[in-house]
Design a protein around this ligand. Structure first.
Ligand SMILES: C[S@@+](CC[C@H](N)C(=O)[O-])C[C@H]1O[C@@H](n2cnc3c(N)ncnc32)[C@H](O)[C@@H]1O
Ligand code: SF4
Length: 304
């Protein structure tokens, strides 16, 4: 029997609109469905009924929602102690936006990073000038008193910049970082181009390890990686392996479609013959099929 999972986070994906066009992003459809106020209320109530007190608003780009402030304040009234925006940061550059977030009850912001400088970030987000807005958005969010963190999207052409992205974000006051390895999901537009940007897992692991070493003394979860199983991490950096089951997140999309993050194929789910006998097997989320399709399974091996 599987132990009951503890739900800790509710993620709402209110819609799929965005002001960036990041390479490989599966989450943008201009004509896609949009969550109604009644759906959001039902999801928030359900989360509270299950004891969840932390809300994560993603997307698409949540800062484009006209009902963002109403949603945040509703969540706080219902008893959510934490309300996090996961954002490209562009809207936060505008005068007063960060302050309005705070007034509505947003407590924290996770900023998406695709490069340590404008040339890489703007190219991978496919939006000229968006790095400059991100920088300004971070500054305004900090001034407004929001807690800050970073979501680093690792791609073939920025993987060498992982330590520099973490150093930059740490300088801005980010308290922790999650590294996401680009996935090339079936049906992605221009799949071959997206697959060409899927980084090698060894390079992601090396970047994560280097970033952690450069910030020794920070908490163990200062830099975690969503898609690097224990066998590709140096033993001294096993704490970098993100445990989706322990994280306890339920994602709710428009139309009421809901799933647990730990069950998403994005989190792995595939095991190889080479995994047999691995000491980490019971806690490992497995490998991503889209990664194996690009780079094969040569990097993975059972740990004795
Ligand atoms: C889809 S975005 C939505 C929220 C917001 N627009 C942002 O960029 O943070 C959520 C996270 O997914 C990551 N992401 C986007 N495309 C991805 C992909 N193909 N594989 C893995 N992560 C991806 C982004 O970098 C971001 O950290
Ligand atoms: S900003 Fe976020 S939602 Fe928009 S395209 Fe980039 S990753 Fe996707």
């Amino acid at each position: 029997m599987t132990a009951a999972r503890r739900l800790r986070w509710l993620e709402l994906t209110p819609d799929y609109r965005c002001n960036n066009r990041c390479v490989g992003c599966w989450s943008v459809q201009d004509d896609g469905p949009s969550m109604t106020g009644a759906e959001a209320l039902a999801a928030l109530r359900q989360g509270r009924a299950e004891g969840v007190t932390a809300l994560w608003i993603g997307g698409g780009e949540p800062t484009l929602r006209k009902d963002l402030f109403a949603l945040a304040s509703l969540a706080r009234r219902l008893g959510y102690a934490r309300v996090k925006l996961q954002t490209n940061g562009m809207m936060l550059a505008y005068e007063g936006f960060a302050r309005r977030c705070v007034e509505a009850g947003v407590t924290e912001v996770a900023f998406s990073m695709k490069g340590a400088a404008a040339a890489t970030h703007d190219r991978l987000a496919r939006t000229d000038g968006c790095f400059a807005l991100l920088v300004q958005g971070v500054e305004r969010a900090r001034e407004a008193g929001l807690a800050l963190e970073g979501d680093v999207l690792a791609m073939a052409s920025n993987v060498a910049q992982i330590p520099a992205m973490v150093a930059l974000g740490a300088g801005w006051g980010f308290a922790r970082f999650r590294v996401w390895m680009l996935s090339a999901v079936d049906g992605a537009q221009d799949l071959a181009a997206v697959q060409a940007e899927v980084p090698r897992i060894e390079d992601v692991a090396a970047g994560v390890a280097a970033a952690r070493e450069a910030h020794a003394g920070r908490p163990d979860d200062f830099v975690v990686s969503l898609h690097t199983p224990a066998c590709v991490l140096p033993p001294e950096h096993l704490a970098a392996a993100f445990d989706a089951r322990a994280f306890g997140m339920r994602v709710v999309n428009p139309g009421g479609h809901a799933f647990d993050l730990a069950d998403s194929p994005m989190e792995g789910g595939t095991f190889l013959p080479a995994c047999a006998g691995c000491r980490h097997r019971s806690r490992c989320g497995g490998l991503r099929r889209d990664y194996l399709a690009v780079h094969g399974g040569g990097a993975f091996h059972a740990v004795a």
